[in-house]
Design a protein around this ligand. Structure first.
Ligand code: 9D3
Length: 245
């Protein structure tokens, strides 16, 4: 996977891409990430990247000709141009999975009041990372790169991909514990110490369901349930009592 990021602030990307999982994926050539300075495609003495809006009003607008040259120089057969914008579709894991299947991403970051609307003819997809106001598309692009990179085969190790699928669109994670077993009177749940793998599996599943019910009921509604999950949900909802029917 190759990812080109078009930005006026390439320096913002240095440290997030040089740490942890993304750094390792880059070193292992599983992903190639390039930041491209939009200003490199601006002409003239002043390398102007924005201009006053036609029709007047406050703020500046990023120039279409500059962005068009930039995108044109990067675009190939299998490129997907993604514009990070507050007006985009809010990012979710299904979108991340779909985007991660692409061969080449061009991520366009806006940073001014706006961008000349004609750019939309060169954009394949418009993504937001949520309903709050950022000062530019750069942090959003980093979020996309991070979420996508960890799905590239080999990045996390192979046993993770199946786990990923069962989690995605599903439930919140169960609670984790490690040593010490008791600290300041707080104990690790007994079941986890039992060594009964099946009991532990059911305990974890139940706590995933319970946690999702309490913290993210919206996720519970989106999901389908097998027999075992129905039984656990019943136990949660009816406080352990068996339904007599
Ligand atoms: C004066 C401009 N704003 C009116 C409220 C519109 C606006 C334009 C550009 C607000 C923020 C931005 C910069 N944000 C992004 O480029 C952005 C973003 C975001 O702000 N929130 C969530 N996802 C994204 S993706 C890109």
């Amino acid at each position: 996977m190759k990812i080109d990021i078009l930005t006026l602030f390439p320096a913002m990307f240095a440290s997030p891409f040089n740490e942890s999982i993304i750094e390792r994926a880059r070193t292992r050539k599983l992903v190639e990430i390039n930041t491209v300075n939009i200003r490199d495609y601006a002409l003239g003495r002043h390398q102007q990247v924005d201009d006053y809006p036609y029709g007047g009003g406050a703020g500046m607008v990023m120039k279409f000709d500059v962005l068009s040259r930039a995108i044109g120089s990067l675009k190939g057969e299998n490129s997907r141009v993604i514009y990070l914008s507050p007006q985009g579709k809010p990012l979710d894991q299904d979108t991340v999975v779909r985007v991660a299947r692409q061969e080449h991403l061009i991520l366009l970051c806006g940073h001014y009041e706006g961008i000349d609307e004609r750019i939309m003819n060169l954009v394949d997809e418009e993504l937001s990372i949520g309903d709050y106001v950022l000062s530019g598309g750069e942090l959003a692009a980093m979020v996309v790169v991070d979420a996508v990179t960890r799905l590239i085969p080999g990045v996390l190790g192979d046993d993770n991909s199946s786990q990923e699928e069962s989690f995605v669109g599903g439930l919140l994670e169960y609670p984790h514990y490690t040593r010490p077993r008791i600290y300041q009177g707080e104990e690790v749940p007994e079941t986890l110490l039992s060594g009964h793998h099946e009991q532990i599996r059911l305990w974890r599943k139940k706590l995933s369901l319970k946690r999702t019910l309490i913290k993210r009921p919206d996720l519970l509604l989106k999901r389908e349930y097998d027999q075992e999950e129905r039984k656990l949900l019943e136990e949660i909802l009816f406080n352990g009592e068996k339904k007599t029917k």
